[in-house]
Ligand binder design. Sequence first.
Ligand code: HEM
Length: 514
Amino acid sequence: MGLFTSPIFIVGVALTAIFAFNIYAWTDRRKRYASLQAGPPPIVASKSFGQLYPPSSYIPTDLYQGLNIVIEMFKAVRKHRFYHWTKEMLENHMHTMELRMLGTRLVMTDDPDNIKAIQDTQFWAVAKSEEQHQIFKHILGDAIFAMNGGQWKREADLYRAHMSRVRDSDFEVTERHILDAFDLLAKDGSDGFDIIDRLQLDIVTEIFCGESTNSLTSDQQPFRGAMETLQKIASFRQLLGKVGVYLNDAWIAPRAVKFIDDYQDAFASKAFARTGKSSARGSDCLIDDLIRKGKQREDIKNAVTSILLAGKDPSTTTMAFGFYEIARHPHVYARMKAEVEEHIGLDRLPTMADLQKLTYIKMVIKETLRDHHPLGFNARVPIKDITLPRGGGADGRSPIAVLKGTQIIYGLLSLQHRHDLGIEDVDTWRPERWETWKPHSKWEYVPFNHGPRICIGQQFANFQMEYFLARLCQEFESVVLLPESLPQEGLVKLELNTKMAHPIYARCVRRGSG
Ligand code: HEM
């Protein structure tokens, strides 16, 4: 065996190359920090969270550093305590910190000034990352959620025309599916989360994709099952950072990938068939409109699952947590019922003008969005070296540098639970707070985003949630949580959004039945 082929030589060369690369990367980063006149935020170093590496003494050992953090993170996710885990770290690191895990560096923050910079003042300097795009490819594809720049703006304009308002026909569609949902809710032992999720799926498929899935009237839920599998895998891949990008959903769940592909295909085929007929140019739903605007088959397939996720998941989570809280707080439900009886009565369906008068129900929704933010976290990547206003210096109030390509994760759930921002009983669900309280700044309450990338469906979502709660009050005398429901305060299941960790078993008694 020659010198150049001996294992010791090869290992030696590899180690020297890794070392040289690390030194180069380290020197480069120091230069860039110097030109931005700011350093990285505190770096999370150990299990105790208390120790920090001052940025200046940073040792170039990215590859293995952070293994302990990765292990802790997965333990927290398994116990549905990822949110607690990040919140504790953020509190111990002045609300902005750097995590180094398996070769990935990410900045995490729940500082309102940083969130303002990301969503508004430095909006064009940050983007949705290519890594996220790859990880969520089978769910979100190349549609609006993955787009950036001019392409995103054009797509958002197309969506806005359909999603930013409520049409008269939306009332009829919503009511029809709500009646199916109420039949299931009236049965003891059913899971409120499951019913609300099916309700939202049926409504959104009908309104935006032209045909309802009618999952409430079927025992088979293959689409929801496949989507849940892919969302779980994507969330897992996301936690693995760069390593996760190289995994492939099809290796882990080939059947779910195939099912979703076929499902998108079926929707696209029907939509092209509808819009292709010269006599009837399809319906006025979003999907048909996208085809009329020239979108190709692959765009339509991507749009189907994006629309379903955007239109269903956050509303489901909010409505389900709202339902859970109402079932635990009978005095809240009593006040909601009184409001509906006063402004609408029991004999007719709510109109848009009626919904505007339901100020207490609006508070119930606002409080649910505060206490149980349905997205929980969000992410962006700078497309050039930038500074964010907070997180540096001894008190965390000086700017920090975030280099191009670094993942920035911002915590919305933890932002809305910050004790130090002056919110009384911050961890208590209390709709009445909204009678006298409002956030100091709009950047302390961010359920729908602010800035250019604000939720396009905000008005539609509020309509759906208000209508559902008003109809619940008209239909059911009482909604009471059953003892078999496990407590789920602060627990969240990470599946792209922050879903409920456990089913909600409640007894819903119809008016006049008892
Ligand atoms: C409680 C319910 C909802 C909440 C809290 C919510 C929240 C959000 C948030 C925070 C974003 C920004 C995502 C990002 O920055 O990556 C977003 C985007 C979006 N939402 Fe919603 N959403 C809700 C319901 C809906 C509904 C019902 C629809 C459809 C009718 C919808 C359509 C969209 C769309 C299309 C986007 C993409 C906007 C873009 O990237 O420009 N949302 N939503």
